[in-house]
Design a binder for this molecule. Structure first.
Ligand SMILES: Nc1nc2c(ncn2[C@@H]2O[C@H](COP(=O)(O)OP(=O)(O)OP(=O)(O)O)[C@@H](O)[C@H]2O)c(=O)[nH]1
Ligand SMILES: [Mg+2]
Length: 452
C-alpha cells in the first residue's frame, strides 16, 4: 500500500485557481471524505479520467467550495499509483482548510519532488527523465524547454542504454577470457578490444555533442584563449582584432587577468577573452585571477587551445593528456608562432589551425572560422539538443574518460580493462538510476519544488 500524499501543485495563493494533487492507493477515498453530500448531488463517485464537480467541506461553518476533480487509476497516472487532481478556488483559507482536512483524513504532505520520485521508484520513468522535470520547470527559454522535454521523453536514457549495452558485451567477452583462460575461451585481445571500444567511444562523444548549453544567452557569444604561458595567446588576440589590446612580452606570465576583445565581421560580433596562461600562482591576486580563468574554462564557452608550434611534439602531447576533462568536447587547437621553426610535423594535430600572429599567416581564415563557430555554442542550435544536468554531464564525461583510458591501456592486460569498463558502466547506470545510492536520490529530489 502506498501512503496517500498531497501537495499544492500550483504557485502559492492568492490566485484565481489552485491545484492540489493526491497520490496513493486510496487517494480518491481521502478526497471523498471531504465531499459534502447534497440533495441535488448525492455523494458523487469519481470515475477515471472524467472530471467531476464536488462540493468540498473546508470549514465548520463556511459553505463548501466547488472543486473540479479528476481521478487517475493505478497504472494510468504519472506516478503509477492512484491519483487525484483537484482544481479549486485559489484563496488561502480554502486551500489551508482543504489541506488540513486531507491530513486529518490520514493523508500526509508530500516532500519536495516526492511525486516524481514515486514515478521513478515505480519504474514509470528513469532517473534522467525524473531530473529533467526540474530542468523543465527551471527552463529559461523555448530551446531549454525543448531540450529538457527530450530528456523527459527518455532520449538521454535511450542513448545511455545503447552505450551501456555495447559496453556490457565487451565486458562479457573480456571477463570470459579472464575466467576461462585455461579453457581456451576466445578473448578479444588488445587490438580486438580497441576495435570494439572505438565505436562506443564515438557513440558517447555523439551523445555529449548533443548537450544544450545551460548558460543563459546574454550578450555576445564568447570564445576563450587558453594555453601555457608564452604560447602566444595575447599576440593572437591582438592579431585577430587588429588592435594592441593585450600586453605581449617574452616573459612568461605577462597576462595576469582576462583581456576582452570584440571580433566583428559578416554582420556578426563575437567576444574573445585572452586568459592568463595556466601556471602556479605566485601571489594571492594572481591566484584569484587564475581561479577566475579556471571557472571560465569550466563553463560552456568554446575554447581555443593555443600552442607554441616551436615546442616538441612529446611536450605538446603531454599537455594534451593533462587538458581538463570538461574541455574535451569544446576546444580547437591552434598552433601559433608558425613563422618560427616548427617541430610539429604536418600529420600531427591535423584539426589544428596553423597561424602566425607576427606575419599574419592563417589569421584571416581563423577569424572567419571563429565568427561561424562562436555563434553556434555547443548543442545550442542542434535540433536534437539534450539538456544535461551537471550530475549527468559529470557522469557521462567520466564514463567517456574511463573508456578512453581503457583504449589507451588495452595493452596493460584484461584485468585493467575489466576494471575500467566496470567503472564506465557504473557511471552510466547512475545516470539512469539503475545503481544510484539512496543519499544521491535524496539530494536530487530535494532540489525539486513542492508538488512535483
Ligand atoms: N615569432 C613569433 N613570435 C611570437 C608570435 N606570437 C607571439 N610571439 C612571441 O611569444 C612571446 C609570448 O607571446 P604572448 O602573446 O605574450 O604569449 P601569451 O600566451 O599571452 O603569454 P602569457 O600572457 O604569459 O600567458 C612574445 O615574446 C611574443 O612576441 C608569433 O606568431 N611569431
Ligand atoms: Mg598573454
Amino acid at each position: 500500500m502506498e501512503e496517500v500524499i498531497f501537495a499544492l501543485s500550483s504557485p502559492p495563493p492568492p490566485a484565481s485557481l489552485a491545484m492540489i494533487r493526491l497520490d496513493g492507493d486510496a487517494a480518491a477515498a481521502h478526497l471523498q471524505s471531504l465531499v459534502e453530500e447534497s440533495d441535488r448531488d448525492p455523494l458523487p463517485i469519481l470515475e477515471a479520467r472524467i472530471p467531476r464537480m464536488l462540493q468540498l467541506r473546508w470549514d465548520e461553518v463556511a459553505p463548501p467550495t466547488p472543486a473540479l476533480a479528476v481521478l487517475w487509476r493505478r497504472g494510468a497516472s504519472w506516478t503509477g499509483n492512484e491519483g487525484v487532481e483537484v482544481v479549486l478556488p485559489g484563496a488561502t483559507p480554502i486551500i489551508d482548510g482543504v489541506l488540513a482536512r486531507l491530513e486529518r483524513a490520514g493523508a500526509r504532505p508530500a516532500t519536495p519532488g516526492e511525486f516524481t520520485r514515486r514515478a521513478f521508484v515505480n519504474g514509470r520513468i528513469d532517473l534522467s527523465s525524473a531530473e529533467s522535470v526540474a530542468a523543465l520547470i527551471e527552463a529559461e527559454d523555448q530551446a531549454a524547454i525543448v531540450a529538457a522535454r527530450r530528456v523527459l521523453d527518455g532520449e538521454l536514457a535511450q542513448g545511455i542504454r545503447s552505450v551501456a549495452s555495447s559496453l556490457l558485451d565487451v565486458l562479457a567477452i573480456t571477463e570470459a577470457g579472464l575466467d576461462f583462460s585455461e579453457q581456451e575461451v576466445e578473448s578479444p585481445g588488445t587490438t580486438g578490444a580497441r576495435r570494439l571500444l572505438q565505436p562506443i567511444l564515438l557513440e558517447i562523444d555523439q551523445l555529449l555533442e548533443r548537450r544544450q548549453s545551460t548558460e543563459v544567452a546574454s550578450g555576445l557569444p564568447r570564445i576563450l584563449l587558453w594555453g601555457l604561458p608564452n604560447a602566444g595567446k595575447s599576440s593572437l588576440l591582438n592579431a585577430l582584432v587588429q588592435q594592441q589590446l593585450a600586453i605581449v612580452d617574452s616573459a612568461p606570465g605577462t597576462t595576469t587577468d582576462a583581456v576582452r576583445g570584440v571580433l566583428e565581421g559578416s554582420g556578426r560580433s563575437l567576444e574573445i577573452l585572452d586568459l592568463p596562461g595556466e601556471r602556479w600562482a605566485s601571489g594571492q591576486i594572481e591566484a584569484l585571477a587564475l581561479e577566475r580563468a579556471r571557472v571560465l574554462i569550466g563553463g560552456d564557452d568554446p575554447v581555443l587551445w593555443v600552442i607554441d608550434a616551436s615546442r616538441d611534439v612529446i611536450d605538446i602531447e603531454r599537455e594534451r593528456s593533462q587538458l581538463p576533462s570538461e574541455l574535451k568536447h569544446r576546444f580547437r587547437p591552434v598552433l601559433c608562432q608558425c613563422d618560427r621553426t616548427s617541430k610539429v610535423p604536418d600529420d600531427y594535430l591535423t584539426e589544428a589551425y596553423r597561424v602566425s600572429s607576427m606575419t599574419g599567416e592563417g589569421i584571416e581564415m581563423l577569424r572567419q572560422e571563429l565568427l561561424n563557430w562562436g555563434i553556434r555554442t555547443p548543442g545550442q542550435q542542434r535540433s536534437d539538443a539534450l539538456r544535461f544536468t551537471a550530475r549527468q554531464w559529470h557522469l557521462v564525461t567520466g564514463c567517456r574518460d574511463l573508456l578512453a583510458a581503457a583504449i589507451d591501456e588495452a595493452d596493460a592486460g584484461p584485468e585493467l580493462l575489466v576494471e575500467d569498463l566496470k567503472g564506465a558502466l557504473r557511471r552510466l547506470e547512475e545516470v539512469t538510476g539503475e545503481s544510484t545510492p539512496e543519499h544521491v536520490l535524496d539530494r536530487i529530489f530535494s532540489r525539486f519544488c513542492l508538488g512535483k
